[in-house]
Design a protein around this ligand. Structure first.
Ligand code: DGY
Length: 319
């Protein structure tokens, strides 16, 4: 029997699977586990099931010890994990692609609708008790039909967002490291372009690329200036892909029309300049937040853990 440390609260279905084969030490506190507590708990662990709020770096791996075999992230993004440090120590790192694709695309499209139709503004206005009545020019937004969606990062979530956009009558362009499957491109009517072209032709831009050194501040003042003043930007990927200070300035000065953000540069802090702006919708990293999706993510992470501890190939290794 091996020892599995779970760094935060996860659905019971995943814990049951782990407990059937191993000793499980799961953090159940209401707050995130603190760094000191985490370093102490992982000592002697054979496996770590990590949440994206925990940094898994060389210090943590060393604190666990040489018997550690697997780090299973309960997220598709793994910028919280130092994968090179894992590889250097012979530790397998895994993530949870696929199971959160549709839920995250739903939130991306929800933000597209909220931003373009000014739903957040309308909701805030009513809750603030402000007087209003139907008016020909009251809270006018922008239609999506016939407009162009630019998808940055055309993996599963980008494609699922594009599929929703297609159903809303949008044209699709995308920027990605590689061409997508030609049948899917044809079905979506999606055209691959470079980032410069995407920025200039898109009416709505949705970010779906992974975060790393190559995508840090991929969208900054220069890229925002390249967009049309009628463009909306949506980010459900990772906060630091966008320079938040530059975005706030662009939104304030009318460089772009609006934005919808599910992720932030320094979560859970939100850049104070964004908080005062009406033309940005802010939601607290809810991309995968459905019961079904979070359960599927945790169960997949448990399956990854169990496979490695059995000496088998995990379903979804990183890389
Ligand atoms: C992920 O899996 O990377 C998501 O951000 C979690 O919601």
């Amino acid at each position: 029997m091996s020892r599995v440390v779970v760094t935060g609260r996860v659905p019971e279905a995943a814990l049951e699977k782990l407990r059937a084969e191993h000793e499980v030490d799961a953090w159940t506190g209401p707050e995130s586990i603190g760094r000191e507590e985490l370093l102490r708990r992982v000592a002697g662990a054979d496996a770590i099931l990590s949440l994206l709020t925990e940094r898994v770096d060389g210090e943590l791996l060393d604190a666990a010890g040489p018997q550690l075999k697997v780090v299973s992230n309960v997220a598709v993004g793994y910028d919280n994990i130092d994968v090179r440090a894992c590889t250097a120590r012979g530790i397998v790192a895994t993530n949870t692609p696929g199971v959160l694709t549709e839920a995250t695309a739903d939130i991306a499209f929800g933000l597209i609708l909220m931003a373009t139709r000014r739903l957040g503004e309308g909701e805030r206005l009513i809750r603030a008790g402000q007087p209003w009545k139907w008016g020909m020019f009251f809270l006018l937004g922008s239609s999506l039909q016939g407009k162009t969606l630019g998808v940055v990062g055309m993996g599963g979530i980008g494609q699922a967002t594009a599929r929703r956009a297609k159903a809303f009558g949008m044209d699709i362009v995308y920027q990605s490291r590689s061409e997508i499957d030609s049948a899917i491109a044809a079905e979506l009517g999606a055209r691959r372009v470079d980032l410069d072209e995407l920025l200039t032709v898109s009416d709505v831009i949705s970010l779906h690329c992974p975060y790393g050194p190559n995508t840090h501040h991929l969208i900054g003042a220069e890229q925002l200036s390249a967009m049309k003043s009628s463009t909306y930007l949506v980010n459900t990927a990772r906060g630091p892909i966008v320079n938040e200070a530059a975005l706030a300035a662009a939104l304030r000065e009318g460089v772009i029309a609006g934005a919808g953000l599910d992720v932030f540069e320094k979560e859970p802090t939100v850049h104070p300049d964004l908080l005062d702006l009406e033309n940005v919708t802010l939601v607290p990293h809810l991309g995968s937040a459905t019961i079904e999706t979070r359960t599927a993510m945790a169960v997949l992470a448990a399956d990854n853990t169990l496979a490695v501890l059995r000496g088998e190939q995990p379903p979804t290794p990183i890389g």
